[in-house]
Design a protein. Structure first.
Length: 142
């Protein structure tokens, strides 16, 4: 399996992951507050994150259903994980050494997206209601 490297801005959190197949964007209000815009992430359904350095890693329990990982030294937003689904990780795309050629696969919580920006391209766009319905049915594909 091809693996890629990732890290925070200061290098206090360093890790490797499987190579992602696609990139997603989340427009929910929590992600907007967390990163100042959409959270653009590589989604991993089978975990596979290996930490080679985690001295700056901290977790924030952002809701009843999710936690967010970040570096407490430099402030880099890194990980989003659904509680109860330890095999699902969304990792900030900007923290990864991604290969060329990846495409945006989907946008979620599109109904929370502000009017002042738009991501181009022909890809799946889901409302918050659609995302929650898929999660509750056990059919969310990350």
């Amino acid at each position: 399996m091809n693996r890629i490297n990732g890290k925070c801005l200061c290098g206090s959190v360093v890790f490797e992951t499987p190579k992602p197949e696609h990139i997603d964007a989340c427009h929910c209000t929590m992600c907007q507050n967390w990163v100042g815009g959409p959270f653009i992430a590589a989604d991993f359904k089978n975990g596979g994150i290996i930490f080679t350095k985690d001295e700056g890693l901290s977790w924030y329990e952002s809701s009843d259903w999710a936690k967010r990982g970040f570096c407490h030294k430099c402030g880099t937003s890194l990980f989003y994980c659904l509680k109860g689904h330890s095999d699902y990780w969304a990792i900030a795309a900007g923290a990864l050494d991604l290969p060329k050629g990846l495409k945006l696969y989907k946008e979620i919580f599109i109904d929370d997206k502000p009017d002042y920006y738009a991501l181009s391209g022909n890809h799946l766009r889901l409302t918050g209601e659609q995302v929650w319905a898929q999660i509750k049915a056990g059919k969310y594909d990350g």
